[in-house]
Design a protein around this ligand. Structure first.
Ligand code: COA
Length: 254
């Protein structure tokens, strides 16, 4: 079965994480499929809006840890970085529906979406420090911008989950819904957008993000270099091995 599903209808490209048995964690092959889907949605004139969604019980557990251990991203053309650039530069409206856990990139990708609808079971987390890593997807820039520095430090340094209502208050989420309704609501909003003139949608988004794109791409590059280096260092190896062995990591020696 495909771990990333795409479906185009009524001007909306819906991209679905479909790897429930691994909590929709994202492998290198899935990043490549996501990047391809975004490229297609961006260039196909019949597509006006893209929707990213998971299941009503889980959005995404972030990077597949085994996959990251076995084949860490090598260079800027690796699928994960291609996906991150694709989402940051996506020119048309991008809508997300998030229920259940949204870990790591499952949360950071939302900072690049235009509208985010969450189930009341959504649990966002940025556990990069707990994994011996550093932020990615320009989240070291975008989280402080949106949350304010101290709340960003709480999310990024402590790495504790925050729930849908807190995300709503912080401005990350537009609306909180029952989990069974989140995907359908996101779809309905996407169809409303798809009925509007594409040129106005694209120009409005471009203007709203004017001045932001350069710093975002630059930050992503800096984070990517640190993240790739740190993935190979002892703290991350210990965190990932501990996850695979279902034990608490021991950072006392790193
Ligand atoms: N990478 C690889 N496998 C993962 C995974 C990930 N990021 N997240 C979950 N899985 C696997 C689990 O190992 C488990 O496998 P098993 O059935 O062989 O034991 C299966 O998916 C189900 O996960 P489980 O942890 O039992 O589900 P849960 O509902 O109790 O918890 C999460 C869900 C998302 C909160 C939890 O799985 C989690 O914290 N995952 C790791 C998140 C993470 O650190 N991501 C990396 C960000 S860079």
């Amino acid at each position: 079965m495909n771990d990333i599903l795409t479906h185009a209808e009524a001007g909306v490209m819906t991209i679905t994480f479909n790897r429930l048995e691994r909590k929709n964690s994202i492998t290198s092959a899935m990043y490549a499929a996501l990047a391809d889907a975004l490229d297609k949605a961006a260039s196909d004139p019949a597509i006006r809006v893209a929707v990213l969604q998971g299941h009503e019980t889980v959005f995404s557990a972030g990077n597949d840890i085994g996959d990251f251990l076995n084949q860490p991203p090598a260079g800027e053309d690796s699928p994960v970085f291609r996906f991150l650039r694709g989402i940051a530069k996506f020119p048309k409206p991008l809508v997300a529906a998030v229920c259940g856990p949204a870990v790591g990139v499952g949360t950071t990708l939302l900072f690049h979406c235009d509208l985010v609808f969450a189930g009341d079971n959504a649990a966002f987390s940025l556990p990069f420090v707990n994994l011996g890593l550093c932020p990615e997807a320009a989240s070291s820039l975008l989280v402080p911008q949106m949350f304010g520095y101290h709340r960003a430090a709480e999310a990024l340094l402590l790495g504790e989950p925050f729930m849908a209502e807190a995300a709503l208050e912080a401005g990350l989420v537009n609306r909180v819904l029952p989990p069974t309704e989140a995907n359908a609501y996101a779809q309905a909003q996407a169809r409303k957008l798809a009925a509007k003139p594409l040129s106005s949608l694209v120009e409005t988004k471009r203007l709203m993000k004017l001045g932001q794109q350069g710093p975002v791409m630059e930050r992503m590059q800096q984070e990517g270099a640190s993240f790739s280096r740190m993935l190979r260092e002892p703290a991350a190896r210990e965190a990932f091995t501990a996850f695979m062995e279902k034990r608490k990591p021991d950072f006392s020696k790193v």
